[in-house]
Design a protein around this ligand. Structure first.
Ligand SMILES: [Cu+2]
Length: 143
């Protein structure tokens, strides 16, 4: 059996360690610290805002049963009510259509469209539902 034993003094080891740390930190450069709390200020460069979620109501039904949205980030729902003279909206409830309401879009008759501004939601399972027709609903996954 043969071993290479690298004997170093404490000082040599510290120097070697500092070099390793410096090399590890050299690139890529760490991101600049972000201000804690609060939304990014307007004009700050960042990823482009996500496209609105499109949802259509027709014949007293939504065209989708599942939607997904990013967590902790405001988003929009572009809601197209195609039912003439029938009011619909999109409300968001925690967990299920009977859970706590966290957002309620304006109810309006079709044919018309509105874009709802939905506040940031925590990650989790939600339901989207029409406040007028509870049988119009689907799941919203926020992650
Ligand atoms: Cu409805």
């Amino acid at each position: 059996m043969h071993f290479d034993v690298h004997a170093m003094t404490g000082a040599d080891f510290d120097t070697w360690l500092q070099q390793k740390i410096a090399a590890a930190n050299a690139s890529p450069s760490p991101p600049p610290p972000q201000p804690s709390g609060g939304a990014p200020s307007p004009g700050q460069s960042g990823p482009p805002a996500a496209a609105p979620l499109a949802l259509v109501a027709q014949n007293i039904a939504y065209d989708k049963t599942e939607l997904a949205a990013p967590a902790n980030s405001p988003f929009q729902i572009q809601f197209d009510n195609q039912d003439a003279s029938i009011p619909h909206n999109v409300a968001i409830h925690e967990g299920s259509p009977t859970g706590a309401e966290v957002f309620k879009g304006e109810v309006f008759p079709g044919p018309a469209q509105k874009t709802y501004d939905v506040p940031a939601l925590k990650a989790g399972a939600y339901a989207f539902v029409c406040s007028v027709h509870p049988n119009m609903n689907g799941t919203l996954t926020v992650q």
